[in-house]
Ligand binder design. Structure first.
Ligand SMILES: CC(C)(COP(=O)(O)OP(=O)(O)OC[C@H]1O[C@@H](n2cnc3c(N)ncnc32)[C@H](O)[C@@H]1OP(=O)(O)O)[C@@H](O)C(=O)NCCC(=O)NCCS
Length: 459
């Protein structure tokens, strides 16, 4: 069947190729639609499918559904769980963000200082990772109503340029577990961006693999989980097969990162006490500062470096399964971390890495989101970097209950002024301090590992 499809006229293929690309006057997305080659003959309508995490129904319909004014459109079809072997290129997608070439697009993302707003890029990144996962999950036949949620952002390294550039955001599934998919996404500068050249070029490109290159300015590893929309339970996703050494290396790297994450989880401070060295560090701080009422000039108490914000979750920020979009939460948390960091550093700060985000529970539309940020680690001079944590709690306005839904960890750097040291006072603050210290040390390791991947793959 596949062969017969491949034999179809080149004209038909060109139409398909065009429909697989969504070009607007500003951003250009390729791979958002299932192509004819991917879809089976019987499910030709699948070619109209758009891989997205954006809502596909009106919020008003949901209100009417709840009030039983409009019946739920539930199909009685008994679905079979199908499984299709997928490759990395099957889930590949790319999105061009030509900030340099498009003043209109730049205006949507611009910061007060004329740079690109990272928080907005985080939203795009999460949306792309979601769409990539849908593409991987697609079996091209009628299947149970599946949805995909962001479980965690495991790490994101950044080296954003100081100038406004044209960018390409791209990625694919790099490893799958049972229901989880490790999605690698990278952002790179495109020195000579031309929409027409992109449109006529091969898709996916030969060098589609998400590995760092000299033009890479952001590299992220995100875990997405497939969930049955009806039961809310996680469901098995399509297997991922590797076709060559390069794909195998990427997949092994993803698996290795997953194992390291599990190991780090086992020695987390809510499971095991600090190590002997860490206890010495804390004791040293205790001996030097415990009798001080006022923090020394080059230091600040951790309790004084916090900020909070509260938002009502609106339908405009919902995702395809009517919960708040993960990218929106990332943007809000990052912008609060950035504000806290700027006040702490008393200067401009930049994001070095997003160390980890865990999406423990979905955030419902209509709830109150309380974000709380804190600077948890800074060694002070001569180091220019510091760690910020943000927690998100959701308050159900009807019941008054509050639930921890997300934790975010960022590493930031001060650009101009020397940094003050952060000093914990309580045991709970001491644990946060050690957590920040571990993340700082792990960050250096993770960067080295990522760069070694770049060297290995260029062999
Ligand atoms: C992600 C979520 C579904 C996991 O729920 P759970 O009860 O832990 O589910 P399970 O135990 O069945 O685990 C399912 C998979 O998720 C993975 N997983 C769970 N928590 C994870 C985390 N923090 N990081 C990475 N993977 C995680 C598990 O390893 C498992 O993978 P596997 O099936 O490949 O082995 C749940 O935590 C959730 O709904 N979180 C909120 C998601 C959200 O709202 N995101 C933002 C909007 S999209």
């Amino acid at each position: 069947m596949l062969r017969s499809l491949l034999k179809q006229s080149s004209a038909l293929r060109n139409i398909t190729k065009q429909s697989a690309s969504l070009a607007t006057c500003t951003r250009q997305i390729r791979g958002a639609q299932a192509s004819l080659i991917e879809a089976s003959e019987e499910s030709f309508q699948a070619t109209n499918k758009l891989y997205t995490v954006r809502p596909v129904a009106f919020w008003m319909d949901k209100i009417l559904e709840k009030e039983n004014k409009r019946p739920l459109n539930v199909s009685s079809t008994q679905y079979q769980h199908a499984s299709v072997n997928k490759t990395m290129s099957d889930s590949y997608m790319e999105e061009y963000l030509p900030f340099k070439s498009s003043p209109t697009l730049l205006d949507e993302y611009i910061t007060t200082g004329g740079k690109v707003r990272i928080g907005k890029i985080l939203e795009d990144l999460d949306a792309l990772a979601g769409a990539i996962s849908y593409k991987h999950m697609d079996t091209f036949v009628d299947s149970p109503p599946l949805t995909v949620v962001t479980a965690s952002v495991d790490r994101m390294e950044l080296l954003m340029p100081n100038t406004v550039e044209d960018f390409k955001l791209s990625g694919h599934v790099a490893y799958v577990g049972k229901s989880s998919m490790e999605v690698f996404v990278k952002l790179e500068t495109i020195p000579q961006y031309d929409p027409a050249t992109v449109e006529s070029s091969e898709f996916p490109p030969n060098d589609f693999i998400a590995k760092p290159t000299p033009n890479t300015v952001l590299f992220a590893r995100i875990t997405m989980v497939a969930v049955d929309s009806a039961t809310g339970k996680s469901v098995r996703v399509n297997p991922l097969i590797t076709r060559n050494d390069e794909e195998k290396k990427i997949s092994e790297y993803a698996q290795d990162c997953k194992s390291r994450k599990r190991l780090a989880g086992e020695s987390a401070l809510n499971k095991a006490p600090p190590t002997a060295d860490e206890r010495l560090t804390l004791h040293d701080i205790y001996m030097k500062y415990s009798d001080k009422e006022v923090a020394p000039e080059n230091a600040v108490w951790m309790e004084d470096m916090t900020m909070q914000s509260v938002f009502l979750m609106q339908p405009q920020d919902r995702n395809i399964h009517n919960k708040v979009f993960g990218g929106y939460l990332m943007r809000r948390a990052y912008e609060l971390a950035h504000a806290t960091g700027s006040v702490f550093a008393k200067s401009q700060v930049s994001l070095l890495s997003l160390d980890e985000i865990v999406f423990k529970k979905p955030v419902p539309v209509g709830s109150l989101l309380n974000l709380h940020s804190q600077i948890i680690y800074s060694q002070g001079e001569p180091s220019k970097t510091f760690q910020v944590s943000v927690t998100a709690e959701v308050t159900d306005v009807e019941t008054g209950t509050t639930d921890l839904t997300n934790t975010f960890h960022f590493s930031l750097a001060s650009k101009e002024k020397p940094l003050r040291q952060i000093l914990p006072r309580t045991y709970s603050e001491s644990m946060k301090y050690i957590e920040g210290k571990r993340r700082r040390e792990h960050g250096d390791e993770a960067k080295t590992q990522l760069l070694s991947l770049m060297c290995n793959n260029s062999n």
